[in-house]
Design a binder for this molecule. Structure first.
Ligand SMILES: Cc1ncc(COP(=O)(O)O)c(C=O)c1O
Length: 386
């Protein structure tokens, strides 16, 4: 059966973005891919598979469940998880599937030693330092505890030491301070003999705003998908010209009608026609992931032109004022996000309107829209969302 709205995932654009980012950060800095939350709604399996084939050497997910999904799809690249494993069963899954963990506390360190003993095998781990996010990681003042616990002959293969910025898109000074705090911790670790493993701090916003934060690797999500973080300072919009949106969201026109002046549209009649209008109903709504909060504040592309959305967005449908295209027909296709001809609606634009992050919009894309994967070679096939 034909879907009434779907996502087109352009893996060629993904590859081009990755190449562009690698050039930007230079060959000596590794580009690691963040593919958690189903690769921000783009589909973690095709995204990781494509990036692995082009040489990306480490993939970051949030949870064990997300990591196992990739393993079961046959992706045997190194995968690390941001969540620390908590239960024995989690650790067993880590060992069974050859996953890399974050060690971010004393209890996590001890649990890693226990898992290594149970499996008689070393654990691959990344040491997380909390320099200001107050979320996960060893605080700098806990360093003595860490160093007391740490021994070079522990069965832990340290893969990296890292931190995460809290204000990379909003405050460059605070980000610099976080970086300094991180590097001071690293100096103390090294002075105590901790292995000299790769260091990383920057995600998309940090790598753009503070080039010195690129260190040995960056953990990049948003930019790979061709989406630029919304900054509260500086002007990074030029990057939008250099990256291609990977995702295009399209929906079919289900019905078209003429309504008289004064007629209300959708639930609550918060929109009333000021004059006779042509209204097209699209087969997409908030249950597909289109935010209801954009009701009456957004546009879609039809025949390459921006048409205003009107009335409250429904669960499965939304209405659009097509008075300027009165001959639009049921079955025609509108674009909610992405390019159509010379016009383009970017995720960033919608996020800006909602005063949210682009991450929130794409990760909220539901399971309903099917994903059509446009492979780098140009071959097209359809698969259900994963
Ligand atoms: C710890 C960590 N690193 C990296 C990223 C990737 O961020 P971005 O998509 O902005 O590049 C995230 C995203 O939430 C994160 O939580």
């Amino acid at each position: 059966m034909e879907a009434n709205n779907w996502l087109e995932i352009d893996l060629g654009a993904l590859v081009r973005n990755a190449r562009h980012l690698q050039t930007l950060i230079g060959r000596r800095c590794a580009l690691w891919a963040v593919v958690k939350a189903d690769a921000y709604g783009h589909g973690a399996i095709p995204v990781a598979d494509t990036l692995h084939r082009m040489g990306i050497s480490l993939f970051w997910v949030a949870s064990i469940g997300e990591a196992i999904e990739l393993r079961e799809a046959g992706i045997f690249a190194p995968i690390a998880m941001f969540y620390p494993p908590l239960r024995d069963a989690d650790w067993d899954a880590v060992m069974r599937h050859g996953l890399e963990v974050v060690i971010e506390s004393e209890s996590g360190y001890r649990a890693a030693l226990q898992a290594a003993a149970r499996w008689n095998r070393a654990v691959d781990a990344h040491l997380e330092i909390d320099t200001g996010m107050s979320r996960l990681g060893w605080r700098p003042e806990q360093l003595p505890d860490l160093l007391q616990l740490w021994r070079a002959d522990h069965p832990i293969r340290w893969r990296s030491v890292f931190t995460h910025f809290a204000c990379a898109d909003s405050d460059q000074e605070l980000t610099k301070e976080q970086l300094e705090r991180f590097l001071a911790v690293v100096d103390r670790l090294r002075a105590a003999g901790f292995p000299e493993v790769p260091l990383h701090a920057a995600a998309s916003a940090g790598l753009l705003a503070l080039p010195e934060s690129r260190l040995n690797a960056v953990r990049c999500g948003l930019l790979l998908y061709g989406i630029v973080p919304l900054f509260r300072y500086g002007d990074f919009s030029f990057v939008q010209e250099e990256l291609e949106p990977v995702l295009r969201w399209r929906a079919r026109v289900l019905s078209v009608r003429t309504i008289p002046a004064g007629q209300g549209v959708s639930y609550g009649w918060r929109f009333r026609a000021k004059h006779p209008m042509r209204v097209a109903t699209l087969g997409v709504g908030y249950a597909d992931g289109y935010p209801i909060a954009l009701s009456g504040r957004t546009e879609v592309l039809l025949r390459g032109r921006r048409m205003p959305q009107i009335g409250r967005i429904c669960m499965d449908m939304m209405m659009v004022d097509v008075s300027e295209l009165p001959d639009v027909q049921p079955g025609e296709v509108a674009t909610l996000i992405g390019k159509e001809g010379a016009a383009c609606i970017r995720v960033e634009e919608l996020a800006h309107r909602l005063n949210t992050t682009p991450h929130e919009l794409t990760t909220r894309l539901g399971k309903r829209p099917t994903r059509q994967i446009l492979k780098p070679a140009g071959e097209f096939f359809e698969r259900d969302s994963v």
